[in-house]
Ligand binder design. Structure first.
Ligand SMILES: Nc1nc2c(ncn2[C@@H]2O[C@H](COP(=O)(O)OP(=O)(O)OP(=O)(O)O)[C@@H](O)[C@H]2O)c(=O)[nH]1
Ligand SMILES: [Mg+2]
Length: 254
C-alpha cells in the first residue's frame, strides 16, 4: 500500500474527529469527579467539607482561565463552564474540548490534592440564551436538592441509623418536611452557608483602573480583569437576571 493511501485510510478510523459544535450555539462543558463518593468518604467532612470545596473552586478557576469562560458554576463534585458563544479554539472540535477540559480539571485537582483523580466531561449546547439561563438554574436547583438530602441523610446516620434505615426514613418526604426534620435536630437549613445550598459561581470581573503612561506622561484608564468567586449566589428571578447580565457583559468584553 502506498504511504499516502495508508495515511488516508488510517485517518478514516478517526471517525469522530470531525465532529464540531455548530457556530452560533452556546456551549456548556460539565465536568464531574469520577468515583468521588469513594474519594470523599474517608478524608472529607460530610456532607460538606470546605477544603473539598476549595479544591473544586481552584479547578473551576483553572477552567475559567484556560477557556476564557463567560461563567463557571460548581456544586458538589461537578463544574459547569459556559464558553463564549462563538469560541473558536480547537476549531470547535468536540473531541479536543472534552478531552482537554477533563485533562485540565483532573490535573489541577490532583496536584492540589496530592493524589490522582479523574473528571469526566460532557457537552451541552443550545442556540438560546434563555435556555443557557435555564441550564444554570437547573444545576442550582440540583445543588439545593442535594444539600437538603445530604444534610438530612448524614444527620440521621450520625444518630446511629444505617444506610438502609435512613433511606427508609427519608422516603417520600417533601423538601419542607426534610427541612423540618433538620430543624428538630438543631439545623436551620436557611442559615447554612450559601455555597452549600446554592453552589458557587466563578467569573471574570472587569474594572477600570487609573494608570500612567510613562511615554506620553499621561494618566490613562486601563481595564483590569480579576477572577471573582461568588459563594453567596442569589436564586430564582434574581439569579436569572444576574446570569443574563454576567453573560452579556462578558461577551461585550471579549
Ligand atoms: N464528604 C463530602 N462528600 C462530598 C462533598 N461534595 C461532594 N461530595 C460527594 O461527591 C459525590 C458526588 O456524587 P456523584 O458524582 O453522583 O458520585 P460519584 O461517586 O462521583 O460517581 P460518578 O460521578 O458516576 O463517578 C457524592 O457522593 C457527594 O456526597 C463534600 O464536600 N464532602
Ligand atoms: Mg462524580
Amino acid at each position: 500500500m502506498k504511504p499516502l493511501d495508508l495515511e488516508s485510510r488510517m485517518r478514516q478510523g478517526e471517525y469522530f474527529h470531525s465532529l464540531k459544535v455548530p457556530m452560533d450555539n452556546w456551549t456548556v462543558l460539565r465536568l464531574d469527579g469520577r468515583g468521588f463518593s469513594r474519594l470523599t468518604s474517608d478524608e472529607f467532612e460530610k456532607p460538606f467539607d470546605s477544603r473539598f470545596h476549595q479544591l473544586m473552586l481552584e479547578t473551576g478557576e483553572a477552567l475559567l482561565r484556560e477557556f476564557n469562560g463567560d461563567y463557571v458554576y460548581t456544586e458538589s463534585d461537578e463544574i459547569s463552564i459556559l464558553l463564549p458563544k462563538n469560541w473558536s479554539f480547537f476549531d470547535r472540535e468536540i473531541e479536543k474540548v472534552l478531552s482537554i477540559s477533563a485533562g485540565l480539571a483532573s490535573a489541577t485537582f490532583s496536584v492540589a490534592l496530592g493524589k490522582p483523580v479523574q473528571f469526566d466531561s460532557r457537552i451541552w449546547i443550545s442556540g438560546s440564551l434563555d435556555r443557557v439561563v435555564d441550564y444554570f438554574c437547573w444545576r442550582q436547583s440540583d445543588a439545593t436538592r442535594c444539600a437538603l438530602n445530604g444534610w438530612a441523610y448524614w444527620k440521621l446516620r450520625e444518630e446511629g441509623l444505617d444506610a438502609r434505615e435512613v433511606t427508609q426514613e427519608l422516603k417520600g418526604l417533601k423538601g419542607s418536611q426534610k427541612q423540618e426534620l433538620l430543624f428538630q435536630k438543631g439545623i436551620n437549613f436557611n442559615e447554612l452557608p450559601g455555597w452549600q445550598k446554592r453552589g458557587s459561581g466563578i467569573r471574570f470581573r472587569h474594572s477600570n483602573k487609573e494608570g500612567f503612561n510613562p511615554i506620553t506622561e499621561e494618566a490613562v484608564i486601563v481595564q483590569r480583569r480579576v477572577v471573582e468567586v461568588l459563594n453567596d449566589l442569589t436564586y430564582g428571578d434574581d439569579y436569572r437576571r444576574f446570569l443574563q447580565e454576567q453573560i452579556l457583559t462578558q461577551e461585550e468584553n471579549l
